[in-house]
Each structure stands twice: as C-alpha cells, then as structure tokens.
Design a protein around this ligand. Structure first.
Ligand code: HEC
Ligand code: HEC
Ligand code: HEC
Length: 331
C-alpha cells in the first residue's frame, strides 16, 4: 500500500516535471511576444486612459471583449482597420498597418488573453439575444440615429458606409464583440475609454436592450430573430381564454362587441378601429403581435392605440390574438 502510494507520488512528480515547464514555456513565450511586439502601443494593465495619451486601444479586458474567431482574424491580418481616420484622429489621420501574427501565435495570444486579461466588472449581460425580435432591432436602429451614434461611428446601409469617421466603425460589431463586454461598456463607456461620451446614459432598460441587441446583429447575415408568434404559447392559444382579456383591456376603446364604441372612443381622432368590420382573421400574426405588443406607432398607426407588451403576459397575448382572429372576420 505504502509502496503503491510512493510510486504514485513519484509518478505524479515526474509528470509535473515533464509537463509544467512546457506549459510555462508556452505562456512565457507568449508573454514575451506581447512584451516585445505589443506593449509599445497597447496597455495590458493599469487604469484606462484618454486616447490622447495612447497609441492603440487599451487591452486590459481583452479576454472579455472579443469573439474569438474575430480576434484570430484580426491578429492574423485578415480584418479591415477599425478606425477610418487612424486610431488618433488628432494626429496623422492615417491608418497603420497592424502587426500580423501567425495562426499559432494568434491562438496563443487569444488563450493568454482569455486567461490573464479578464475584467471582473463584466458580468453576464441582461440581454438575451435568443429573444431579440426584428422589431426590437429596428427600434435599436432608431436609437442609433437619435442618440448621435452616426455622428462618430460608421455603419453600412445597402453596403455603403455612412456616418462620421471619428471613432471606430461598427458595421461588423455583431461579429466582433462579446455581448457581455458590450453590455457593460454601454452601461458606462467612460469606465473603459475616457472621452468616449455617455450617449446612452438616459436610455430606459428596454431602450438599452434594443441598442445593445441591434449592434449584435450588425454584420451577422444569418442572425436568428425570435418570432414570438411561433412560440409554444401561440401554438396552444385558446380564443375562449382571450375573450375576458379583450373585455379588460380593449373594450374601453374598441367596445365590448368590437364596434369601436367604447367609452374611451369619444375624444379620439382617429377613432379606434371597428373590429367587427375588419377581417382580423386574415391579418398576419406578426402584424397583430407588433401592433398590440409595441402599440399603434410601431406599425404606422395612431399612437393612441397603446402598447401592451409590459402589461399582458405572453400566453394571454396569444389567447387574445386567437380571440381576435376567431371573432372578427369582417362579415
Ligand atoms: C504600432 C502600434 C501597435 C502595435 C505594435 C500593436 N498594435 Fe494592436 N492596434 C494598434 C492600433 C492603432 C489599433 C487600432 C487600429 C485600427 O483598427 O485602426 C490596434 C488594434 C488592436 C486590437 C483591436 C483593439 C480594439 O478593441 O479595437 C487588438 C486586439 C490588438 N491591436 C492587439 C495587438 C497585439 C496582440 C499586438 C502585438 C502582437 C499588437 N496589437 C501590436 C496599434 C498597435
Ligand atoms: C462624439 C463621438 C461619439 C459618439 C456620438 C458616440 N461614440 Fe461611441 N465611441 C466614441 C469614442 C471616442 C470611443 C472610444 C473608442 C475610441 O478610442 O475611438 C467610443 C467607443 C464605442 C464603443 C466601443 C468600441 C471599442 O471597440 O472599444 C462602442 C460599442 C460605441 N462607442 C458605441 C456607440 C453608440 C451605440 C453610440 C450612440 C448611442 C455612440 N457610440 C456614440 C465616440 C463616440
Ligand atoms: C386608448 C384606446 C385604445 C385601447 C385601450 C385599445 N386600442 Fe386598439 N386602437 C385604438 C385606436 C385609436 C386605433 C386606430 C389607430 C389608427 O387608425 O391609426 C386602434 C386600432 C386597433 C386595431 C386595428 C389596426 C389596424 O391595422 O387597423 C387593432 C387590431 C387594435 N386596435 C387592437 C387592440 C387590442 C387587441 C386592444 C386591447 C389589448 C386595443 N386595441 C386597445 C385605440 C385603442
């Protein structure tokens, strides 16, 4: 027994001698590579600094920031420059040719980043991309316009670059950023890059979800949007359960029989739709869903038709839509 134990210990000891120097050598070699080829332009430790003191973006959080395939493409020279005017728009206004690594070194660097350059402020994002709808991404695009993002970051419209070239382009953001990093960045950009502005500071949580989600779709051609009207709730919807929901939320304007004569109708212009005359049975599910969930304004109708997404739970909404389709056939 004792002998077995000693044998085991000596075996483990030898194994340790055999393996650890190899690992350490790899890591040491990678660290040396960073020290000799990268630190002249990038900071890997310390506090974030104004770009006016820097030669390249800070990389203290490099282990959290990128999607690995993008990082490898960047390090091996397969990506376009990010900054249209060069990183420092106040200096030469020319782009550098970034140092290029071999595939092996790029992977070693990515491993090293993932192990040593993690930022403890970065937690799991509150945005669940698997439930992002196309309509939400479109709201995000509106925010992008209304919150000045165009002013400094280029994106593509019909493959044409548009927007001011002050900071880096975002047309491929969905293939570049790790969602968790970008969500934390959006919370307060100044925590990462002083002088980057606080353009998102007065957004609601929902608005933040839209703009964060929107950026994660940029450049991702096959992004899978969530289609709530195909969910399980809709598959097992029952018109019967939808009737009391209609009476609770819709009758006040549309009238108990859908004749557009609820007590709220009097002062409204345009008048609430007369459901009893509309073939709602033939209206597409996504249209009815968006109209009711996000309100009339989301489908080009009057904003007096309210949004119910925060009020009516998913199954109730599915039942309500089933009720509309079964009851109102335009006859
Ligand atoms: C001569 C200065 C210089 C050197 C040396 C350099 N970089 Fe860079 N790096 C830059 C600049 C400038 C950018 C932004 C370039 C652009 O897209 O326009 C950048 C961008 C990056 C980015 C993307 C940053 C981001 O989040 O936008 C990564 C990652 C990166 N470099 C890693 C490295 C690594 C690893 C090395 C060493 C092998 C290295 N760099 C060496 C100047 C340098
Ligand atoms: C006045 C110019 C300006 C405006 C407007 C602006 N940004 Fe920025 N943004 C910056 C600067 C500067 C940085 C820091 C990166 C750099 O050095 O250019 C930055 C960084 C970012 C980054 C992180 C980039 C990276 O890889 O490190 C994202 C994402 C971003 N901005 C998104 C937005 C969004 C979304 C909006 C609109 C709500 C917006 N920005 C509005 C100037 C601007
Ligand atoms: C505060 C009043 C009000 C309430 C409550 C209300 N609506 Fe409306 N609704 C309107 C108005 C006003 C319009 C007409 C919009 C227009 O024509 O631009 C409308 C239009 C509609 C339309 C027709 C859209 C079209 O394409 O013509 C449908 C369907 C509809 N509402 C469903 C509902 C449902 C379902 C509820 C309950 C969850 C509801 N509404 C609650 C005011 C209301």
């Amino acid at each position: 027994m004792n002998r077995m134990f000693l044998l085991l210990v000596s075996f483990l000891f030898q194994l340790a001698i055999l393996t650890s120097p190899v690992l350490a050598a790899d890591e040491a070699a990678t660290k040396k590579l960073l020290d000799t080829q990268c630190v002249s332009c990038h900071k890997f430790e310390g506090k974030p600094e104004s770009k006016f003191n820097l030669k390249g973006p800070d990389l203290m959080w490099a282990g959290n920031k990128y999607q690995r395939p993008w990082l490898i493409r960047w390090l091996t020279g397969k990506e376009e420059n990010l900054y249209p005017n060069g990183y420092r728009w106040d200096l030469s206004r020319t782009q550098i040719k970034h140092p290029v690594l071999s595939e092996t070194n790029a992977n070693a660097v990515a491993d090293y980043f993932e192990k040593h350059f993690l930022d403890s402020r970065i937690k799991k994002s509150f945005v669940d991309l698997s439930t992002l709808t196309l309509r939400e991404a479109e709201f995000g695009a509106e925010i992008y316009k209304n919150f000045s993002c165009f002013g400094c970051h280029q994106i593509k419209e019909d493959s044409k670059k548009i927007g001011g070239p002050i900071s880096l382009n975002l047309y491929d953001a969905g293939n570049r950023y790790n969602l968790d990093w970008w969500s934390r960045f959006a919370e307060n950009p100044q925590d990462f890059t002083p002088h980057s502005g606080e353009y998102l500071a007065d957004l609601s949580m929902l608005g933040a979800r839209y703009i964060i989600g929107y950026l994660m779709t940029l450049g991702v051609d096959d992004f899978k949007y969530y289609e709530p009207w195909t969910s399980e709730a809709f598959q097992k919807a029952e018109a019967k359960r939808g009737e009391p929901i209609y009476k609770t939320y819709c009758a006040q304007c549309h009238g108990a029989e859908g004749k557009g004569d609820g007590p709220g109708a009097a002062g409204l212009d345009p008048k609430p739709a007369v459901h009893s005359e509309l073939p709602l049975s033939d209206y597409p599910d996504d249209y009815l869903y968006n109209l009711i969930f996000y309100g009339g304004k989301s489908v080009g109708k009057s904003p007096d038709m309210p949004d119910w997404g925060m009020t009516i739970p998913e199954q109730d909404l599915a039942d309500l839509i089933a009720y509309l389709k079964k009851t109102f056939k335009g006859e």
